[in-house]
Design a protein around this ligand. Sequence first.
Ligand code: SF4
Ligand code: SF4
Length: 239
Amino acid sequence: MNPLRLLLAIYARLERPLLRFNYWLVRSPLVRWPVTRQLLWLGAFLPISYAGAAGQPMTADEAVELLQAAGEEGVIAVGPCGCRTVHCGCDHPTRTDFAVYEGVEAWSRAHPAQYQVLSLAKAEAIVRDCRNRGMMQVFYRTGMGGGAGYALCNCCLDGCLPLMNRRAYRNYRFIRGTQLAQVDADRCTACGTCAGVCAFGAREADGSLDVRHCYGCGLCADACPARAVAMVPRERGGG
Ligand code: SF4
Ligand code: SF4
């Protein structure tokens, strides 16, 4: 077995206990006290986010394109979100995790009763439904984020453990997506909706955008009642 497959096979089996431990850790008082907070960063959160898997946010359309490409190379399987399954701490749907590429074999073998192959049309319906609920699509890769992708998750702001880790530690690593938000100042009414949905702190209540912190999820564009936000290719948006 090649090293990547072996790594994924091990991780797929250990994922739930690791996530359970992560949930306990990120909600513990240890994260609030300065000394233990720093120790936890160095000993746990930094290695997890830099040496382990890293997530790349994307728009719903990009997610559907990714699923299409993955489906052309193999199959797509859907199973329960590991984060929401271990903590049941939010009321978002759980059967929303897609195993793709090398992830299909690893997760289907680790949890044979929970992962099922599904069609692209059904996968797209899950993506669109999750987006309508304010969830973002995140593609996970191994090996410092540069390795093979194995899962496309539908992440909620109050249940996704990597996003909770990011809220606790601003340097918790995500990979920037290929898109960037762009605000039409003439249309913006400064309603502040975008600031409430951005998990990366890129938006302010007055509608301003700090492109350095935009990861390209597109949630603010979907939520903006004035349709003042467009998603553009990152190289064109200057981020
Ligand atoms: S949601 Fe739209 S209109 Fe409201 S502040 Fe943000 S960009 Fe402006
Ligand atoms: S600014 Fe908008 S597109 Fe960028 S990360 Fe925040 S919510 Fe996502």
